[in-house]
Write a protein that binds this ligand. Structure first.
Ligand code: HEC
Ligand code: HEC
Ligand code: HEC
Length: 186
């Protein structure tokens, strides 16, 4: 009897501990929102001194990744793969071409625009908190506030640049990074 009671209490304790941890995690995850490319990016990441990240991104194919799904070529690719919906409405295509598909709408601020395809926050994480200048100045503080810094950059890229892409042509990190390089000038 006593052991049964202890076992039941132990199980209850484990459940309580887990739901507490989950609630804590969910709260943290929801605390950082996606603001999109418009808000502060234009002001902070445009000048030569900063490294012109905005222009570089706008002129890269990433900014066009959603719009390319609206082309007849994209629909043809989707059809050949056996999908019956247009490419821009096919979750298996949106997956790599658009940020926001799997994000709770409450985490998207009004300025966020999914038509911006593969955007700053696809790679750098939701910016509502780290965009503040006082935080952005400090890399460690930024990370605590949602900034994602990839240790293994090639592995991050090949999360999308892989043979699951119907048009995959291989991926060489150095070559591909050089096409979108936007480091801050030293
Ligand atoms: C496809 C993914 C991707 C997109 C899209 C992207 N970035 Fe980056 N960005 C990176 C990676 C990876 C690095 C780190 C490169 C390195 O250190 O070698 C980086 C570096 C930076 C840096 C330099 C940080 C430093 O300490 O030098 C800034 C600033 C930056 N990105 C801002 C932006 C902004 C603003 C946008 C949108 C206009 C953007 N990025 C879009 C992946 C991306
Ligand atoms: C969320 C998915 C995703 C991630 C992560 C991603 N990409 Fe891309 N990338 C795409 C898509 C989709 C396209 C094609 C867009 C188009 O053609 O309109 C693309 C296109 C490109 C192109 C243009 C290729 C060409 O033919 O000119 C380059 C260069 C590139 N990516 C580099 C990178 C690098 C470097 C990284 C990692 C730092 C990266 N990408 C991470 C989805 C991604
Ligand atoms: C695993 C991620 C991924 C998925 C899933 C994906 N794409 Fe892409 N797509 C990419 C990347 C990365 C590129 C850049 C070229 C490449 O594949 O290296 C790209 C490029 C494209 C292009 C530009 C043409 C070209 O040759 O560069 C079109 C059109 C396209 N994809 C349509 C689709 C359609 C339609 C689907 C769904 C049936 C789809 N993609 C699913 C990642 C993906």
């Amino acid at each position: 009897m006593k052991t049964k009671l202890t076992a039941a209490m132990l199980i209850l304790f484990v459940i309580a501990a887990y739901s507490f941890r989950f609630a804590d995690y969910a709260h943290k995850a929801g605390a950082f929102k996606y603001v999109g490319v418009t808000s502060c990016v234009g002001a902070c990441h445009k000048t030569d001194a900063q490294g012109k990240q905005l222009d570089i991104w706008q002129n890269s194919k990433h900014s066009n990744a959603y719009k390319v799904l609206l082309t007849p070529e994209a629909d043809k690719i989707a059809q050949d793969k056996g999908f019956t919906t247009p490419a821009a409405e096919t979750p298996a295509c949106l997956k790599c071409h658009v940020l926001g598909k799997d994000i709770d709408p409450s985490e998207l601020e009004a300025s966020f625009n999914k038509e911006d395809g593969v955007q700053c926050e696809t790679c750098h994480g939701p910016g509502s908190e780290y965009k503040k200048l006082s935080i952005m100045k400090d890399k460690e503080k930024s990370k605590e506030n949602g900034l994602i810094v990839h240790d293994d950059k090639a592995a991050f890229c090949t999360g999308c640049h892989n043979s699951e892409s119907p048009t995959f042509k291989g991926f060489n990190y150095d070559e591909m990074w050089s096409k979108i390089a936007h480091n801050k000038p030293q």
